[in-house]
Ligand binder design. Structure first.
Ligand code: CMP
Length: 143
């Protein structure tokens, strides 16, 4: 499997519930390394830009508003097959459909307040990482 990077966001509900450490613990325990991280309170324009791919979806406005409702914790994860691995650890978008033992099944309240975001492909991961971090802010452990 290839060494990859992916973007993870602990969403406002996760930050509010003091789950940053728990989420990071799950990633690190699964062999992913955190190579960049920062806390941000997104502006509406930043949230809209980040989720632009969902612009036509009925939940877009509520999602963007929700993502600006409090600070988020944005991080870059690195590891073998990191995009898919992160998605396995998060579980399905809807916590009711997520497998037991995943972040969303264990910790999420609803499809909107679902604790974490994770990139859904290597291509989107590269774009999403660049949205929040410059190359000089990444600190790989694996080289
Ligand atoms: P995320 O992985 O951040 O990507 C888009 C987000 O939209 C998703 O997680 C959900 O939190 C949110 N969302 C709200 N309603 C829906 C829905 N009906 N289907 C998919 N995503 C939704």
């Amino acid at each position: 499997m290839a060494l990859e990077r992916t973007l993870s966001i602990v969403k406002p509900d996760g930050v509010q519930k003091n789950l940053i450490g728990e989420v990071c613990r799950r990633f690190e325990s699964a062999g992913l390394s955190i190579v960049a991280a920062r806390m941000r309170h997104l502006t509406l324009a930043e949230a809209e830009g980040f989720y632009a791919v969902h612009k036509a979806r009925p939940f877009y406005n509520d999602l963007c508003k929700y993502m600006t409702s409090g600070p988020v914790f944005v991080q870059v994860l690195e590891g073998e097959g990191a995009v898919a691995r992160n998605r396995e650890i998060m579980g399905a978008t809807d916590p009711k459909k997520a497998d037991t033992g995943t972040i969303r099944a264990d910790l999420a309240a609803s499809i909107e307040e679902n604790v974490v975001h994770g990139s859904d492909s290597a291509e989107n991961a590269a774009q999403e990482i660049a949205y929040f971090f410059s190359v000089t802010e990444l600190y790989p452990r694996t080289r």
